[in-house]
Design a binder for this molecule. Structure first.
Ligand code: UN1
Length: 503
């Protein structure tokens, strides 16, 4: 039984004021126990969204003029608070999104790493010094913030992903309106409380709760300069289309995936099996980088499948607050239904089913959304949907291959391109897959999950639009200016342009 904990009172934050809205509310419930209500949160109205954007706009000039180093130092305060709160944050996250406590702890640490990274950038170079054709001129590339940033984030990384976006945005001098997922509003609100406690001035970060309607209002607000989004391709693509109507709108969209692990003929079997288990079933397959496919050399496929299925059967699925469990539930009933639809599709499309995912409803699991893994094998064929579309759940296809060329072709035969791993001892094969596969994050002899914040996080094709998150985001939340200063007594122009104005 989950502990009885006080329900959280959901509030929006606008210009430094916590507001309990009087209108519609929505509940956040634990996916591990649908009877457990985490809190009640306001469904923000369009006018509330407008006020939040106006507050961010009003706070922008003073924040932009604040020294970059002083802005960064507030992130040092935030780091201390996150260290103080690590266990509480992890527990709240486990209750609200159902990830096991060990994963939640790792996510809080990932968020902390982003804060520490951003703090460090305060004293790092933030532009370039360049030469000019004219000896008396000094030339620079400097960065300026865009203004107001909307941060729209998913439930599966409800702490680290917002920090990937808020960190670079705020340290560079932007202000923000943050809309956490309606499935994880409590952890989003807790993060914003810590920003305030760290000393971020009123209006620099604003919080609006709600569903896609709130996101829509944010995206349609012309005062928003940048939209940072992580979620489905459908929503990301819609945001890009709406934003195309704004002349200077920047959108960074990190969207779906059909990531994969490629297991070569020379792979170490144990390592390959563990890498695939972690890639496919950690977080119940609900990372955007989770593997939906293991592409395995035909000489190894039988041994590999047997070992994988044996281990997958023994994975512990249960209460997210118990560290002994490998994974918890999926996020809600709609997710259960969608995953089960793909499980049925795999059978209809000719999958040889090794493990058929079951809802787990025994007493230890109360009233939760628990689902065991599905594993099947099939030959990759054109047009098969279950090996191309994102499932976002514990659903894995094993696809045999004969040559490395064929493996790369199978890997690329989806609309997505987020992450991949290759398991091999052959340095030529590693390089071949690095060059031939379409992805944003690649791993060798590792799972295809587990990115670190100081690397760019993003993908290609339908997975991303070329604006990676985390350390990569500085390029998106700033624009570059050229700045040229003449130290001479007279004007001298580049390219030999004459300066004679008298004819
Ligand atoms: C996500 O997949 O939604 O690379 C984010 C990882 C984590 C972040 C994942 N560092 O697995």
């Amino acid at each position: 039984m989950a502990a009885i904990v006080d329900r959280i009172v959901g509030r929006n934050l606008i210009a430094g004021h916590w507001l309990v809205a009087s209108g519609d509310r929505f509940e956040s419930r634990s996916p591990a126990n649908r009877d457990e209500v985490i809190g009640l949160f306001p469904s923000s109205s369009p006018s509330t969204v407008e006020e939040a954007v106006a507050a961010a706009r009003a706070a922008y000039p003073a924040w932009r003029r604040t020294s970059r180093i002083l802005r960064a130092e507030l992130f040092d305060n935030l780091a201390q608070l996150v260290k103080r709160e690590t266990d509480n944050l992890a527990e709240l996250m486990a209750r609200e999104c159902g990830k096991v406590i060990t994963e939640c702890r790792a996510e809080v640490i990932e968020g902390l790493h982003m804060i520490q990274y951003v703090f460090g950038t305060g004293r790092m170079p933030c532009g370039d010094v360049l030469a000019s054709e004219i000896a008396e001129k000094d030339a620079f590339m400097r960065r300026k913030p865009w203004g107001v940033v909307a941060v729209i984030t998913p439930w599966n990384f409800p702490f680290a992903v917002p920090l990937w976006m808020l960190g670079p945005s705020l340290v560079e001098g932007n202000t923000a309106v943050f809309k956490p997922s309606e499935d994880t509003p409590a952890i989003g609100q807790r993060l914003v409380e810590l920003f305030l406690e760290a000393g971020f001035p009123p209006g620099v970060i604003n919080l609006v709760h709600g569903d896609g309607n709130v996101g829509e209002a944010l995206v349609r607000n012309k005062e928003v300069n940048v939209v940072l989004f992580t979620g489905s391709w459908e929503v990301g693509s819609h945001i890009q289309q709406v934003s195309a109507g704004f002349h200077d709108r920047i959108v960074a969209a990190e969207m779906g995936s059909k990531s994969a692990v490629i297991v070569c003929a020379d792979a170490k079997l144990d390592l390959a099996v563990n890498a695939v288990l972690i890639s496919a079933f950690k977080t119940s397959g609900q990372r955007c980088v989770s593997a939906g496919r293991a592409i395995v050399h035909e000489s190894l496929v039988e041994k590999f499948s047997q070992a994988l299925v044996e281990k997958a059967k023994r994975l512990r699925i249960g209460n997210p607050l118990e560290a002994i469990n490998f994974t918890g539930p999926v996020i809600h009933e709609a997710a259960l239904n969608k995953i089960e639809k793909y499980n049925r599709l795999a059978r209809e499309e000719g999958g040889q089913m090794f493990l058929q995912g079951q809802r787990l409803t025994d007493n230890g699991r109360v009233n939760g959304c628990f689902l065991s893994p599905t594993i099947y094998q099939m030959e990759a064929r054109p047009g098969v949907r279950c090996i191309r579309e994102e499932v976002f759940g514990p659903h894995l296809a094993i696809l045999p291959f004969r040559t490395n060329e064929e493996a790369a072709q199978i890997y690329n035969d989806t609309d997505y391109g987020l992450s991949m791993a290759v398991i091999t001892e052959d340095y030529r094969a590693m390089r071949f897959f690095r060059e031939e596969c379409e992805f944003g994050m690649g791993y060798v002899n590792l799972p295809c999950i587990g990115a670190e914040v100081h690397l760019p996080f993003g993908g290609v094709k339908k997975s991303g639009n070329g604006h990676p998150s985390a350390a990569g985001l500085v390029e998106t939340v700033t624009h570059k200016i050229a700045w040229t200063v003449n130290h001479g007594q007279e004007i001298k122009m580049a390219q030999g342009l004459t300066t004679d104005v008298e004819g």
